[in-house]
Design a protein around this ligand. Structure first.
Ligand SMILES: *Cc1c(COP(=O)(O)O)cnc(C)c1O
Length: 392
């Protein structure tokens, strides 16, 4: 048995030698501003739990009630016997929330991108993608026969050049992350939409890190920029700020109906358990009724980001609660992360292939749950560890 995997083991051994091998790190507690890891209480700066909703009483209560009433699972894919009233109701709520005609939920944000891109594009079409787009967009594109063009990150000249070269296709689709997950910068959506309208292209934005974070009540980048009605496809995740699991596409009835028939993860993978759907629905209510969570998230963002900058760290182009501390060298970034842990902060090092070579970093995400005392404590740890590793 073992010999068969020798070729994989060699690659892993190489990673260990380069100090880029990372074992999974289990939490021994629930998610929160402080978590228990390896027997130690540490400040959590690596989760996507922006608003603390993983532990919100209304979500937990909704999940418990849904299990009691509707059971633990659904027993089928959506298209056969696995659609409950609550699945459709959540989609209507999401469409209302996003100010679109319709929405459709997938098992995850990853499968949403994969399912949408692979379904709606064929060899007569072209997709034009930002070079730093998320892996699920890249994989979705890999699954289509459409021609593909990659433009330089948020570079509008590069995007326009790609649009000029792509005359004569049936559909042209520009696709971008709304907030880039490793740098925390926001897509230049107003300019992208202008160019799309000029060249008669469609726009798809993946708001995984903008849902619950940007726009009124966390509606995302389209709403943030006042572009409602001008972006054809909005993808959101229910797994990050929403605190549960899932992804969705908000668009037209036509796209929803089409994806119900052609979106392969939707067609061939079982629907969300009642607890997931009910908790997601409660989360949207929380976004609408407790906007103070988003205010707190942004207050914490300003406090922590300014603190890191004042200490002299390179935080790149971040404009959101995602703040990278860019180090460059992979081993150094991982050593920095280990040092931070020693001083009571959990902030994961991120290396190639998640980020380009030479841009290894420690990525931080503050949440609405952090207190300012906790963030100050974290800044103290960054200062100490940064000086010891020789970054500042
Ligand atoms: C996290 C992420 C996804 C995947 O979402 P999941 O719901 O976790 O599968 C998709 N796109 C982007 C930009 C992301 O950051």
């Amino acid at each position: 048995m073992k010999e068969a995997f020798q070729y994989l083991q060699e690659e892993l051994d190489q990673m260990k030698e380069n100090q880029t091998f990372r074992p999974l790190i289990p939490l021994a507690s629930k998610q929160g501003s402080r978590v228990k890891i390896k027997g130690k209480d540490v400040i959590q700066l690596s989760s996507n739990n922006y608003l603390g909703l993983t532990d919100h009483p209304r979500l937990k209560q909704a999940a418990i009630e849904a299990i009691e009433k509707f059971g633990a699972g659904t027993g089928s894919v959506r298209t056969i016997a696995g659609t409950m009233d609550m699945h459709n109701a959540l989609e209507e709520k999401l469409a209302d929330f996003k100010h679109t005609e319709a929405a459709l939920v997938f098992q995850s944000g990853f499968t949403t991108n994969q399912g949408v891109l692979s379904a709606i594009l064929a060899e007569q079409d072209v997709v034009i993608s930002d070079e730093l787009n998320h892996a699920s967009i890249i994989d979705g594109i890999r699954l289509t026969k459409a021609d593909r063009k990659i433009y330089k990150h948020s570079d509008m000249d590069s995007l326009e050049a790609a649009l000029k070269e792509s005359d004569g296709y049936r559909a042209r689709l520009i696709v971008t992350d709304g907030v880039f997950s490793m740098d925390g910068d926001i897509a230049k959506l107003p300019e992208i939409v202008e160019l799309a309208e000029k060249y008669n292209a469609m726009v798809m934005v993946d708001d995984a890190h903008a849902s619950g974070v940007l726009g009124k009540n966390g509606r995302g980048t389209v709403n943030h920029f006042g572009l409602d009605g001008r972006v054809h496809i909005q993808v959101g995740t229910l797994s990050k700020a929403i605190g549960v699991l899932g992804g969705y596409v908000a668009s037209t009835n036509t796209l929803r109906d089409y994806l119900i028939h052609k979106g392969r993860p939707f067609l061939f993978s079982t629907s969300h358990p009642p607890a997931v759907t009910a908790a997601c629905s409660a989360a949207i209510d929380v976004l609408l009724e407790e906007p103070e969570l988003i205010v707190k998230l942004w207050d914490n963002t300003a406090f922590f980001k300014n603190g890191l900058k004042a200490l002299g760290f390179n935080t790149g182009k971040s404009e959101t609660p995602i703040t990278p501390v860019i180090i460059g060298d992979e081993a150094k970034a991982l050593a920095f992360s280990d040092k931070l842990f020693e001083y009571g902060v959990f902030a994961q090092g991120i290396v190639y292939p998640t980020v380009p070579k030479g841009t290894a970093r420690v990525r931080t995400i503050v949440t609405a749950q952090h207190t300012q005392d906790e963030l100050q404590e974290a800044l103290n740890a960054f200062e100490k560890a940064g000086k010891e590793i020789g970054i500042i």
